[in-house]
Ligand binder design. Structure first.
Ligand SMILES: C[S@@+](CC[C@H](N)C(=O)[O-])C[C@H]1O[C@@H](n2cnc3c(N)ncnc32)[C@H](O)[C@@H]1O
Length: 280
């Protein structure tokens, strides 16, 4: 099965088989389609890394700066192909500035960890499939949250020589961040019967990072508030947070961030969230 109807795209080669379509890149395989049911139910076809990179190359380099780290929202993120590529660029920028002694938080590894957390927390995403966000089920072992945390942990080891484990405050803070920024949710406001999906109640956390004190303030708003404010404007890009007046609910050292109160996204309604049934 050739989903894109072409054998060669960006010099990569598509293969098909029982497990869905994959793309061969330098010997490693990218899985772009998990199943025909998921294509039918969720419109799920992942973007190949080469395409992700070409698209990100079109953006200005200023989007990768460590501080303040510009925010991204992926409204149908799949298992995170864009998210990991964005984090990769942001972490590379932190590593480069650390090497040059340019990080605002300082010149030591804990300052780099502060900016790495800021980079991670700048990435927001929604997907309707828990398999894509959380994973951990057969055929969907690794979800987007885990991919970001793995990249974060690997970077800490490779660039800072710090091996994180579940007791590390930095990893606990990073886990809190991905659990709040990467949400299982429906980005459509209404379902097929015209009922509201709960999209507007999806909580969004704004992080205000202070490099001088290695601290962060957390504010809470909702996707509905952000969209409503932005709808009144005529801009084509949704700017996260600037217009609303979100409520501050926590402030402290970035490494203690996992102590902050937790917020849950609304329960999903509707039949097609895991690609297991036809649309109503
Ligand atoms: C074409 S895939 C793109 C995935 C990812 N953005 C990428 O480029 O690799 C579309 C994604 O949208 C998700 N999706 C479908 N309907 C959705 C909805 N109403 N709200 C949020 N996500 C949805 C699917 O689960 C699927 O992962």
């Amino acid at each position: 099965m050739y989903v894109f109807g072409a054998e060669n795209v960006f010099n990569n080669r598509f293969k098909s088989g029982g497990g869905g379509m994959s793309l061969v890149i330098d010997g490693a395989q990218e899985r772009l389609v998990k199943s025909s049911e998921r294509v039918r139910d969720l419109g799920e076809v992942f973007t190949p890394n080469a395409t992700v990179q070409e698209m990100l190359d079109l953006l200005p380099a200023t989007l990768w700066v460590p501080h303040p780290s510009p925010t991204f929202l992926e409204p149908a993120c799949g298992n995170g192909n864009f998210l990991v590529a964005i984090l990769d660029r942001k972490l590379e920028s932190v590593a480069n500035d650390l090497a040059k002694g340019n990080l605002q938080a300082g010149i030591d590894p804990s300052s780099a960890q502060f900016h790495a957390l800021e980079a991670l927390a700048s990435i927001y995403a929604v997907d309707i499939s828990s398999d894509n966000i959380i994973g951990g089920t057969p055929g969907h072992e690794v979800g987007a949250r885990t991919r970001l945390l793995t990249m974060f942990t690997d970077w800490n080891f490779e660039f800072l020589g710090k091996r994180l484990n579940e007791r590390s405050l930095v990893l606990r803070a990073a886990t809190w961040v991905v659990e709040h920024n990467l949400i299982i949710g429906n980005m459509l406001p209404f379902d097929a019967e015209g009922k509201t999906t709960g999209r507007d109640q999806i909580p969004l956390i704004e992080y205000n990072w202070d490099p001088g004190s290695h601290s962060v303030s957390l504010y809470k708003t909702t996707l509905g508030d952000v969209i409503a404010t932005e709808d009144e404007k005529t801009v084509t890009m949704l700017s996260l947070f600037a217009p609303a007046a979100p409520e501050q609910f926590w402030c402290g050292k970035a490494t203690s961030l996992s102590d902050a109160e937790r917020f849950e996204a609304p329960e999903l309604r509707g039949p097609a969230r895991n690609g297991t049934g036809r649309r109503a």
